[in-house]
Design a protein around this ligand. Structure first.
Ligand code: TTP
Length: 211
């Protein structure tokens, strides 16, 4: 391998890209993986998140290594699953999905499992799963209607995005905020730098100096 190792983000999520860049890790390429995300029969939420993150990284690398420039890269993927006990909530695609999720989450605590999986240039795969516990306030009919109208739930696990309007629904969070948004930064940083990937030199946080 010559030069600085490259980093491929195996994701189409703009939130994952923004989180990675927030800590000075700028991917050299984005190579989202398209895999079947349907849970297996009786699959637990934590196991599902891990399996999907592992599969996304592998699928992305299978495509990436065909390109000379990305052959010796690190591949990084993640998956977020929202669960009530063993019940896995859908990634909301329709208004009905989102309505069902909000109804289930209102006034209750749930768990968010985000798995991050990395494959090193030599082909070693390492993964971590981060569990967070999130408590929602009780949502009135009006609040639900207005949130549904915002469409911020679209494509989000459990039908909400903590980084948006739904941030005001959260009574308590125990775990990792960045994991709930989609990429646990502590674990991601440790996985990558632990295998020798350097944080971008000369990188400056754009929020530096903003108080
Ligand atoms: C709970 C929650 C989820 N989400 C998002 C994170 C993920 O993008 C999405 C769950 O779907 P995922 O299947 O984890 O990811 P994705 O399909 O959006 O992106 P990719 O597989 O290409 O990486 O829900 C939020 O943005 N905020 C939240 O508060």
């Amino acid at each position: 391998m010559t030069g600085r190792p490259k980093l491929v983000l195996s994701s189409a999520s703009p939130r994952r890209l923004a989180l990675l860049e927030q800590i000075g890790l700028r991917p050299d390429a984005l190579l989202p993986a398209s895999i079947d995300e349907e849970p297996l029969r009786f699959e637990r939420p934590r196991a599902l998140a891990e399996r999907l993150a592992v599969e996304k990284a592998q699928a992305s690398r299978t495509v990436g290594i065909q390109d000379e420039a990305l052959r010796d890269a690190f591949y990084l993927a993640a998956d977020t699953v929202v669960a009530l006990g063993r019940r896995i909530l859908p990634k909301a695609e329709t208004l009905e999905d989102a309505e069902e999720c909000l109804g289930l989450l209102s006034g209750r605590a749930h768990r968010v499992y985000t798995a991050v999986s990395m494959i090193t240039p030599s082909g070693k795969q390492r993964s971590r799963v981060v569990e967070s516990r999130v408590r929602f306030k009780h949502l009135s009919h009006r609040e639900m209607e207005s949130y549904l109208a915002s469409r911020e739930w679209e494509g989000k696990a459990g039908g909400y995005a903590i980084q948006g309007i739904a941030g005001s629904f959260i009574v308590r969070l125990v775990g990792s905020y960045t994991a709930v948004v989609g990429l646990p930064l502590y674990e991601t940083h440790n996985l990558l730098t632990g295998e020798g990937l350097q944080v971008h030199e000369g990188w400056r946080n754009p929020l530096e100096g903003v108080s």
